[in-house]
Design a protein around this ligand. Structure first.
Ligand code: CAA
Length: 379
């Protein structure tokens, strides 16, 4: 068993680390506190090839493997988890599904612009009454001959205001359950499509999360992804990969907080010595490092299975479940090690603790990951 990274993978990690330290760190506290969308930073991520990392170069992507992608997500999340979710949604939830199931025409028209970072995409499954229970979609897309007529509301959409292209799941045959759901591509300018309020969130505050409204939006027939009734499967398969991205994000948040706590423990003195010399702190650091190590192995395994084209749904759910749980634990401990300083913004760990919470909620709560895992066990 070989745990080493290739030279290319190491180089991607270095590039992401360098970018985060040089371009994300300095403004992250301000962006978080004012909930400012990182427009310039996202543009730079596109220029550096972080927005379509796994897409084939034929469609202007980076042609990289999933392992490289998770290494980049981890590094960016250590510093700015808002930037990493913007990136992760574009890569995993938008570009991946379009490349795998989109028509050539859709790839030419949309994927190239998304993968090169020219525009941003969003993935629209959740609704006011269909979050975890994704089958209960109320949004409809009825066949009107030349087009589908879309009506409904989506909630909690990452990149909701800043995206230009939206992958939207909707009922085309209400009554058929998940087999009546189809997936569509929407453009921001379509008549009847409006972006609702921006959520004021606990964490990942500078990413923009919105509700979306569709009132008699005419969607061209060419914008159906795959076939009628394929939308639920499309969403589930897309989320299997998306969860690897969120697991990597949780891992990055945890390792970012751990690195800050370790450094702080070697500077801060109490009772005449550095706090790193107190056994109470040493035990905390040892446990944090071990949890992170285990999460990293799970995240890399899920990414590696995906790269091998093996079944990765179970590994990705486990990685997301575990990495998000430890991100919460590790960030709470990082705040504790910092004491009072941990509770103020300039030391970064309080933000990482707030950011960690969302990783237990989006792209399927921890409970949803347990459903996915247990179904595999029972089957
Ligand atoms: N991978 C592939 N296929 C899957 C699947 C998976 N992980 N899970 C289910 N399916 C398939 C099943 O095989 C089944 O297909 P067949 O009928 O052909 O056998 C079909 O989908 C229906 O499956 P279930 O009967 O198991 O469906 P269910 O209604 O019981 O729901 C669920 C299953 C796992 C709970 C699912 O609803 C789910 O994952 N819910 C959570 C949704 C979610 O993650 N939402 C987050 C949205 S994205 C987001 O967070 C926004 C953002 O911007 C970041």
């Amino acid at each position: 068993m070989d745990f080493s990274l290739t030279e290319e993978q190491e180089a991607v990690r270095e590039a992401a680390r360098d970018f985060s330290q040089t371009h994300l760190l300095s403004g992250v506290v301000d962006r978080d506190s004012k909930a400012l969308f990182p427009k310039e930073q996202v543009k730079m991520m596109g220029e550096l090839g972080f927005m379509g990392m796994m897409v084939s170069p034929k469609f202007l992507g980076g042609g990289m493997d999933t392992v490289s992608y998770v290494l980049a997500v981890e590094e960016i999340s250590k510093v700015d988890a808002s930037c990493s979710v913007i990136m992760s949604v574009n890569n995993s939830l938008v570009c991946w599904g379009l490349e795998k199931y989109g028509s050539e025409k859709q790839k030419e028209k949309y994927l190239k612009r998304l993968a090169s970072g020219e525009i941003l995409g969003a993935f629209c499954l959740s609704e006011p009454e269909a979050g975890s229970d994704a089958t209960s979609q109320k949004t409809t897309a009825m066949d009107h001959g030349d087009y589908f007529l879309l009506n409904g509301t989506k909630n909690w959409i990452t990149n909701g205001g800043s995206a230009e292209v939206y992958l939207v799941m909707a009922q085309t045959e209400p009554g058929l359950g998940h087999k009546g759901i189809s997936a569509f591509i929407l453009e921001k300018g379509y008549e009847g499509f409006s972006v609702g309020k921006k959520e004021d969130k606990l964490g990942i505050r500078s990413s923009d999360t919105h509700s979306l409204m569709f009132a008699d939006v005419k969607v061209p027939k060419d914008n159906l992804i795959g076939s009628l009734g394929f939308g639920f499967k499309f969403a589930m398969e897309t989320l299997n990969g998306g969860r690897i991205g969120i697991a990597a994000q949780a891992l990055g948040i945890a390792s970012g907080a751990y690195e800050l706590a370790l450094a702080y423990s070697k500077e801060r003195k109490t009772f005449g010595k550095h706090i790193s010399e107190h056994q109470a702190i040493q035990f905390k650091l040892a446990e944090m490092a071990t949890l992170i190590d285990a999460a990293r192995l799970m995240v890399l395994r899920a990414a590696y299975l995906k790269d091998l084209n093996q079944d990765y749904a179970d590994a990705s759910a486990r990685a997301k479940l575990y990495a998000s749980e430890i991100a919460m634990k590790v960030t709470v401990e990082a705040v504790q090690i910092h004491g009072g300083y941990g509770y103020v913004k300039e030391y970064h760990v309080e933000r990482l603790m707030r950011d960690a919470k969302i990783t237990q909620i989006y792209e399927g709560t921890s409970e949803i990951q347990k459903i996915v895992i247990s179904r595999g066990l029972i089957r």
